[in-house]
Design a protein around this ligand. Structure first.
Ligand SMILES: [Zn+2]
Length: 320
């Protein structure tokens, strides 16, 4: 499947394939929720297809059918055993071994690694050897929302393709076209802003009722700051949420309040607001700089630092 905001990247890669100048390795990046895996699968399908030298994969040939069934012998899909866990060296070794053999039914050997930043150091080093000695007719797609976490030695050997978010108007239109529930435009806008503009992520937030959970989270955080909730207990509860979304939500709420206070000159800006804002930014940075953090500990530290940064009479949700 190709999403409307992927057309340009798809055209460019298709053309490179047709002109036989497709790179051996690609890093496909962009914020979470832009359908990177879907685009990667489409490119791989095109490369493996027997018919498609100048068009999209036919969907009918033997290669297309085996790939669609998820067991193409010349394709490897490398992902952590469990979501959020690391990609291990054994998985990369297996991939390399497959790449040293001749192809089975297609003319190409392909692989998708997702999410690539979850490779541990030994897995990255092992992959580097494969990138250093690329064989002809091989295509390796590394999907990453945090390409900056990949070693520079890997990044420098890959062509970088970044998916960009569509305009808000396009994103809203796409969400409204999807089947299922209809949402209020204000809800869609809020979900899009939480999802950094990524329509698939926004739709997932809308359909999972996450906006309601997030409101509860803001209330809980307010209670922590007010000294009436226990940060240790709450940090356990928060573990089940996507922390980057939670922090982004708290940041947005705070930003809205700061803007409101600036506009409304009768309300002076409380320095505490900026202190909490700093705590949110620092924790967000920590979160994006590693994939192997102790989540509960990070949340607890965030809460305690936020509590310490303010005086006892201020609350997060006030004036909201
Ligand atoms: Zn085909």
């Amino acid at each position: 499947m190709l999403y409307p905001w992927q057309t340009e990247q798809w055209r460019s890669l298709s053309l490179q394939h047709e002109q036989q100048r497709l790179p051996h390795a690609i890093i496909l990046s962009g914020v979470n929720g832009l359908g990177q895996l879907s685009l990667a699968n489409k490119i791989v399908a095109k490369v493996l297809c027997e018919q498609s030298v100048t068009s999209a994969p036919c969907g009918l040939c033997h290669n297309c059918q085996v790939f669609a069934a998820g067991n193409h012998p010349d394709h490897s899909f490398v992902a952590p055993d469990e979501s959020g866990k690391q990609i291990k060296i054994e998985q990369i070794r297996e991939l390399k071994q497959k790449h040293t053999l001749t192809t089975n039914i297609a003319k190409w050997k392909t692989a998708i690694i997702w999410p690539a930043e979850n490779m541990n150091i030994s897995a990255s080093n092992s992959l580097l050897k494969l990138l250093e000695e690329p064989q002809s007719n091989t295509l390796l797609i590394l999907i990453s929302v945090k390409p900056q976490l990949l070693p520079i030695t890997i990044r420098s050997r890959c062509q970088k393709i970044s998916l960009t978010v569509p305009t808000n108007k396009q994103a809203i239109e796409w969400i409204e076209e999807q089947e299922g529930k209809t949402y209020k435009e204000i809800e869609i806008k809020q979900a899009l802003s939480l999802a950094n503009g990524a329509p698939i992520e926004a739709l997932s937030l809308l359909s999972s009722d996450s906006l309601k959970f997030l409101e509860q989270i803001a209330k809980d955080f307010n209670a922590v700051l007010g000294g009436v909730a226990n940060p240790v207990i709450l940090s356990q509860q928060w573990q089940k949420y996507d922390l980057s979304i939670v922090l982004h939500y708290l940041q947005l709420k705070l930003k809205q309040r700061l803007i409101k206070n600036i506009k409304n000159s009768s309300n002076s800006i409380v320095p505490n607001d900026w202190a909490i804002y700093d705590c949110i930014i620092n924790t967000t940075k920590l979160l994006s700089s590693s994939h192997n953090l102790n989540k509960a500990l990070l949340i607890e530290q965030f809460m305690v630092e936020s509590m310490n940064s303010i005086s006892s009479n201020s609350t997060f949700g006030r004036n909201n």
